[in-house]
Design a protein around this ligand. Structure first.
Ligand code: NAD
Length: 256
């Protein structure tokens, strides 16, 4: 059956965002993919997702670190019923060496972008008295790790934004929640594993295992598909009273 709802997943050309978009496409939601630029890859992805279900799939290029790009995107798109704020990046460095441009970029992309998309998506959601806002935060929205100051600050901020949004919409059919994954094997994490392997001289496989062993008691990566299925659940009627929460999916990381 066609849900007749449109979901925007920001930063959905790879990793978690793509996994979430695939799950919604498969469940016959209209899907809007987003990444910085249009390319043969984005065309291929639209084609692939189009085959999964019987609703529409489109790609909208926008650099979400830029409020003007977000404005253009949100104004050009059809009304969004489910907003998944997923686009994000990482940079690893001690505070005293952290480049200020990187700090500004991570705050803009990982935090401010969600404020801008949310403020522009809410009027339609309020009008129809239904909507879902899902912010992909992180275990780093709940606890810290060294060398990730901008990321940790942004992800904590995103949980704060989620709570405010949940309170402001509490008497409506709109919910706002955050997802807090631990390690998920995506290009963002592969880059961190590559840096570790470069430093240690060990294989990527060995460094993957070491990475998991340090923090994630399950010693297993969560998958983009699992995050997608969780977003699908949060979009269901069963989840209508779940709002303002942070769903932790970290294999026990924060239970330590
Ligand atoms: P990824 O690098 O695979 O994907 C990031 C996506 O964001 C890509 O589609 C990329 O095109 C897009 N993007 C990057 N800069 C952009 C910009 N300026 N404008 C628009 N799109 C842009 O990373 P991922 O691991 O899939 O991460 C997705 C989200 O999940 C991020 O917010 C990340 O912080 C969060 N997260 C990831 C993990 C993990 O272990 N991978 C854990 C917790 C949270």
């Amino acid at each position: 059956m066609k849900p007749n709802k449109t979901v925007l997943v920001t930063g959905s050309t790879s990793g978690i965002g793509l996994g979430i978009a695939r799950v919604f496409a498969h469940a016959n939601y209209n899907v809007v993919l987003n990444g910085r630029t249009k390319s043969t890859l984005t065309e291929k992805l639209c084609h692939e997702l189009d085959q999964l279900g019987n609703a529409s799939v489109q790609f909208y290029p926008a650099d979400l670190s830029k409020p003007d790009d977000i404005d253009h995107m949100m104004s050009a798109l059809p009304a969004i019923d489910i907003l998944v704020n997923n686009a994000g990046m990482q940079h690893v460095s001690p505070i005293e060496d952290f480049q200020t441009e990187k700090w500004d970029l991570i705050l803009a992309l990982n935090l401010s972008a969600a404020f801008h998309t949310t403020r522009m998506a809410l009027p339609h959601m309020r009008e129809q008295n239904w909507g879902r806002i899902i912010n992909v935060s992180s275990v780093h929205g709940q606890i810290a790790s060294p060398q990730k100051s901008a990321y940790v600050a942004a992800k904590h901020g995103l949980i704060g934004l989620t709570k405010v949004c949940a309170l402001e919409t509490a008497e409506t059919g709109i919910t706002a929640n955050a997802l807090c994954p631990g390690w998920v094997l995506t290009p963002l994490v592969e880059e961190q594993i590559r840096l570790r392997a470069e430093r240690s001289g060990r294989t990527m496989e060995k460094e993957s295992q070491a990475l998991l062993a340090e923090k994630q008691p399950s010693k297993t990566f969560a998958t983009p598909k699992q995050l997608g299925e969780t977003c699908l659940f949060l979009s269901s009627d069963a989840a209508s009273q779940i709002t303002g929460t942070s769903l932790t999916m970290d294999g026990g990381w924060t239970a330590l």
